[in-house]
Design a binder for this molecule. Structure first.
Ligand code: S3P
Length: 178
């Protein structure tokens, strides 16, 4: 059985599209924390931010993550800020192998602003907000991940194959550890 995979990374890094490919390749179920939050609250992420602010969103995000512990056979895509709480970082490791999908900031920015739906980038200067957030989070992604994949120059299938190879090798090493 393939290991459970947890994808972390900044907005626009491809967690959902690569996660769906990984789910297809492994036979696992694809789960997206943002989608679970939206289902639970029955409103969009922008509406949650508008009504209760980022804090309200983070509370629901934490509670959907906590409920996923113990679920096997999934590929989990997390929201870009799911790594901000230490409690969440611990939960992510309980859920599965934690993979950081990274890309060049220009690539991330272009993808993250497509569709114009991310509340944290609805500011007077989206690029400045993006750069500030990214630089405050990079070290957290790095410290949280079991490994990092740089995806700027790879297509989604190549990224998914690389993730699966590395995660399978790591999983085997862990199973073999005394
Ligand atoms: C967020 C990223 C979003 C979503 C919310 C907050 C963040 O998810 O969870 O808008 O704090 O970076 P994506 O990374 O899937 O865009």
């Amino acid at each position: 059985m393939h290991p459970t995979l947890v994808l972390i990374g900044f907005m626009g890094c491809g967690k959902s599209s690569i996660g769906r490919r990984l789910a297809y390749m492994t036979g696992h179920r694809f789960v997206d924390t943002d989608e679970l939050v939206v289902q639970r609250e029955d409103c969009t992420i922008s509406e949650i931010f508008a009504l209760g602010g980022e804090q309200a969103f983070r509370e629901v995000e934490h509670s959907v993550l906590a409920e996923l512990v113990g679920t096997i056979g999934i590929v989990l895509a997390t929201g870009g800020g799911a790594i901000l709480r230490e409690a969440n970082r611990n939960l992510l490791h309980e859920i599965g192998i934690v993979v950081w999908l990274d890309a060049h900031p220009d690539v991330l920015f272009e993808r993250a602003t497509r569709g114009n739906r991310r509340p944290l980038l609805q500011t007077a200067n989206p690029r400045e907000s993006f750069d500030t957030l990214l630089s405050s989070r990079r070290s957290i992604y790095e410290a949280t991940a079991d490994f990092r994949i740089e995806s700027s120059y790879l297509d989604h299938d190549e990224v998914a194959r690389t993730v699966l190879e590395k995660a399978t090798a790591l999983h085997a090493t862990r199973l073999a550890a005394p």
